[in-house]
Write a protein that binds this ligand. Structure first.
Ligand SMILES: Cc1cc2nc3c(=O)[nH]c(=O)nc-3n(C[C@H](O)[C@H](O)[C@H](O)COP(=O)(O)OP(=O)(O)OC[C@H]3O[C@@H](n4cnc5c(N)ncnc54)[C@H](O)[C@@H]3O)c2cc1C
Length: 388
């Protein structure tokens, strides 16, 4: 039976950058996925937003490191992953949201993040043509950005293989072998492997993997839709996030929505339905487009003549507070959680991959301890992510 230093379950937003980090740290690494190739579950449904500006300290620190990796990737490894440092802007239209955003700016600045609260006139420069009715300004974090999830994952995949990582596709993990409370191996639909360390990076199916070792992981899949337009001349740079709730009796209520213009000039957009749609349904709906286009055109009227090319629907692996569950557990030695990425798995991937590798090599730093304490599955889940 082949033996590995670490086996990663899932070749997605988290599993692939983790394999990149573990293989780079000379760990004999195997990634298992039941799908036929890399990034075929929810990575390819992400719209590509990458920000360090979170209200949760652990996530902010992980994404800060991710941004360093994304932004230097092409220079270091030669692949263009469409990294674009266009920033993020969260808009406010009520005094309550303005206060909430100004408060998060204080927190984020205390973490060393470059973010400011801008008055309406400056927001108008950032988003030419924005409807300023009721607009009270918004945050702007110029170092945040976006990249192509598929180009990034494929590039991370190739590089991880160059470092020695192995991938087995079309192979479903069906058991984690445990002896005396220690991981000793993995059983799949095709083979058995020996290992002392298993990382659960199974995304929307993370709970099923947990149940193999009687672990009840509070990770529930939630459906979210997105879409993309035809390309037009680039006219704005940041990811625009409108956090106003919207009541729409005909097509359904929604919370926030967000959009940006990608490298090719196409506008990519996504909406958070209200209430959340729990479950694993990835079939797109006919209500999503009327819901979101009405909101986008109201905010930025010049979008109204741009044609939409396609829509899609994917899953957020959600947790109660909108933050991931990370790290080792006391019950089973050698099992590591990298689950519950919610709507931020793509941006967390590279920074988290390095941290996971340091967990396996037992080289965690005081900064890592802070992140792990912050995102431990043992937390009380009351401190909900403000900018989820
Ligand atoms: C519409 C939409 C927009 C989004 N936009 C963004 C965004 O802008 N920025 C961002 O950061 N995130 C975004 N996300 C969220 C992001 O896509 C997810 O958080 C992320 O992909 C989760 O990463 P993961 O590695 O946990 O899961 P995945 O990428 O889904 O990978 C999990 C892998 O595990 C495999 N697997 C599961 N069970 C088994 C098993 N038993 N055996 C073998 N393999 C198994 C699956 O096949 C899958 O390939 C968005 C999501 C959606 C739906």
């Amino acid at each position: 039976m082949v033996e590995y230093d670490v086996i990663i379950i899932g070749a997605g937003s988290i599993g692939v950058p983790t394999a990149l980090a573990t293989a780079n740290d000379d760990l004999k690494t195997l990634v298992l996925d039941f799908l036929p190739s890399v990034a075929q579950a929810d990575n390819k449904h992400a719209i590509g937003g990458i920000r360090a500006t979170h209200s949760n300290i652990g996530k902010a620190l992980l994404c800060k490191r991710s941004i360093e990796i994304f932004s230097k990737w092409e220079e270091k490894f030669g692949d263009d992953i469409w990294w674009n440092q266009g920033g993020y802007t969260f808009l406010s239209f009520t005094k309550k949201d303005e206060k909430m955003l100004r408060d998060t700016v204080k927190l984020q600045r205390s973490l060393g993040l470059n973010i400011d609260y801008l008055e309406t006139e400056k927001i108008k420069d950032l988003i030419p043509g924005i409807n300023e009715e009721g607009l009270l300004g918004g945050t702007f974090s110029p170092e945040d950005g976006n990249a192509s999830p598929l180009l990034s994952l494929h590039s991370f995949f190739r590089q991880s293989k160059d470092f020695g990582a192995e991938y087995h596709f079309n192979e479903k993990v069906i058991d984690i072998s445990i002896k005396k409370q220690k991981v000793v191996g993995i059983k799949t639909t095709k083979a058995k492997y020996k290992t002392d360390v298993v990382i659960n990076a199974a995304g929307a199916q993370a709970k099923d993997i947990g149940s193999l070792i009687d672990l009840d992981l509070p990770v529930e899949p939630e459906s979210h839709e997105a879409g993309i337009t035809e390309p037009v001349k680039k006219f704005f740079s940041p990811m625009v996030v409108d956090i106003r709730p919207c009541i729409d009796e005909k097509f359904g209520n929604s919370k926030n929505y967000y959009f940006y213009q990608n490298n090719e000039g196409k506008i990519i957009f996504c909406l958070t339905p209200n209430p959340s749609i729990l479950g694993i349904d990835r079939r797109e709906t006919s209500s999503f487009l009327p819901q979101i286009t009405k909101r986008m055109v109201q905010l930025l009227p010049r979008l109204k003549n741009i044609k939409i090319r396609r829509t899609w629907r994917g899953l957020y692996p959600m947790t109660h507070d909108g933050n991931p569950l990370l790290g080792k557990i006391e019950e089973i030695i050698g099992y590591v959680n990298a689950v519950g990425m919610c709507g931020q798995g793509f941006m967390l991937g590279p920074g988290l991959g390095e941290l996971l590798s340091r967990i396996v090599t037992e080289k965690i730093t005081p900064g890592d301890e802070l992140i792990l304490n912050n995102l431990t599955p043992k937390r009380d889940f009351f401190d909900e992510e403000g900018l989820k």
